[in-house]
Design a protein around this ligand. Structure first.
Ligand SMILES: Cc1ncc(COP(=O)(O)O)c(C=O)c1O
Length: 438
């Protein structure tokens, strides 16, 4: 006979008390309305974006480098504004975050057979970009920040490692001091993936400016958006030239490079219409961050007691001040309990989820990166693994600590559109659920 788990007994017991019944047991949900859609910038789109797009259309200036209108290019304006906001010397606007990573990797000279250390928890595009340039992704564990673990990074370095890719997942900064120290000590390049953390910082400095290159996405569910789009930041002139040439065929429209530095690239140039939207969104960034941070502070204060009582640990933040506050994440002591908590929260109208479930495909977790684990290539003669300088093996269980943390992690979005009432009801729902199930 299987034993009824502890939390289920407590849940049954609680049903007989005066406390409100959990929605999952038939009670009224703590939260009246479902969470608003988690598209912070996307949901803020208003007349300013409409006007910006109309301006471009009316001027018939849809291409960065020419048109009937002599006015300055929106893409150029965006690059300048982005670089200024982040405190970087150069910015290159591209068509997506994946394009930004691919161009950035070319910019820093990653090529066939070069190993790049990526975290076990990131959107598969981070690793796919490495493959796109012929590099070999080497997967390292994440720690309680759910971000690249500097200790495991050091363990995964081989004579063929050329770069580290810290990915600032779910809005929070990686342990940049430690990661930069490892990179500097071992002579490695750093390419930051800031797709999910636009606006975040570490010790007062913008993410994306620590590494040799910093790569952003403006895809629709990022903090600010133009639907699709990306940006590369760098301070280094040579890296900028290489990145620029790669994203613009050969630097086709910037005829200022010397003949002996020219290289053939592809075309990842950002269209003017996207830049017009992104420019407006960039001005919205600080307001969105303020709104999310205020809601997260309120939420955390409201669940601190129950978290302490139930010994629930929150995701560690390498620098709480620099967190964008797009999410609250806490760990349960088992995957089953995390799943039960997430399910009970959903019944309360709180959009919670677990970050890893083995049988639900989610390309944010390396164990689901099937084409990488199986080293599938586009053609039989294709790279990158045939260019590897040593035996490379991937296994779904190769980063057990990451899988354990992610499977026990309960994740809640913090939309800037949550009202005070929504946050209060979310707190009430979390208190109810955690008191009974945790
Ligand atoms: C961490 C991370 N890296 C890279 C990307 C790729 O960005 P894009 O979808 O704009 O290509 C994403 C987007 O989902 C992401 O979340």
């Amino acid at each position: 006979m299987t034993q009824t788990p502890d939390y289920k007994l407590r849940a049954e017991h609680s049903a007989h008390r005066a406390k409100p019944e959990l929605a999952i047991h038939g009670g009224t949900p703590a939260k009246q309305n479902p969470d608003p859609p988690m598209y912070p910038g996307g949901m803020a789109i208003a007349e300013e974006e409409e006007q910006a797009v109309l301006d471009v259309l009316r001027a018939k200036r849809l291409f960065r480098y020419y048109g009937p209108d002599e006015a300055s290019s929106k893409v150029s304006e965006l690059e300048q504004a982005f670089a200024e906001k982040k405190g970087a010397r150069h910015a290159i606007a591209v068509t997506s975050g994946t394009a930004a990573l691919t161009c950035g990797l070319q910019g820093i000279g990653i090529g066939p057979g070069d190993e790049v250390i990526v975290p076990a928890y990131t959107w598969i595009a981070s690793a796919a970009a490495v493959i796109a340039v012929g590099g070999i992704p080497v997967i390292a564990e994440v720690d309680e920040t759910l971000l690249l673990d500097p200790i495991d990074v050091e363990r995964k370095i081989t004579p063929y490692t050329k770069a580290i890719m810290p990915v600032h997942m779910r809005g929070a900064p990686c342990r940049m001091d430690e990661l930069m120290a490892v990179a500097n000590k071992r002579g490695l390049k750093v390419i930051e993936d800031v797709a999910q953390a636009n606006g975040a910082s570490y010790k007062g400095r913008s993410l994306g400016t620590f590494g040799d290159v910093g790569c952003f996405s403006l895809q629709f569910n990022k903090i600010i958006t133009s639907g699709e789009g990306g940006m590369v930041l760098t301070d280094d002139q040579k890296t900028w030239k290489r990145t620029h040439m790669y994203h613009d065929v050969i630097g086709a429209f910037k005829l200022e490079f010397e003949a002996d530095e020219l290289l053939c690239g592809v075309n990842y140039r950002m269209p003017e219409l996207l830049a017009a939207v992104a420019l407006v969104q960039l001005r919205r960034l600080d307001g969105l961050l303020d709104d999310m941070r205020q809601r997260k502070r309120m939420l955390k204060a409201g669940i601190e007691d129950v978290a302490q009582r139930r010994r629930i640990g929150f995701r560690e933040l390498a620098d709480p001040e620099g967190d964008t506050a797009i999410a609250t994440i806490f760990f349960m002591d088992s995957p089953a309990k995390a799943a039960a908590v997430a399910e009970a929260l959903q019944a309360e109208n709180i959009g919670a989820g677990v970050l890893y479930t083995p049988d639900q495909i989610d390309y944010h977790v390396y164990a689901h990166w099937v084409p990488i684990i199986n080293q599938r290539t586009w053609t039989a003669a294709g790279g990158p693994w045939r260019w590897a300088k040593r035996e490379i093996e991937y296994r779904p269980d190769m980063c057990p600590r990451s899988l354990d943390l992610l499977a026990r992690a309960v994740h809640l979005n913090i939309s800037p559109l949550l009202t005070n009432e929504d946050v209060e009801e979310t707190i009430e729902g979390l208190n109810r659920v955690l008191d009974v199930i945790a």
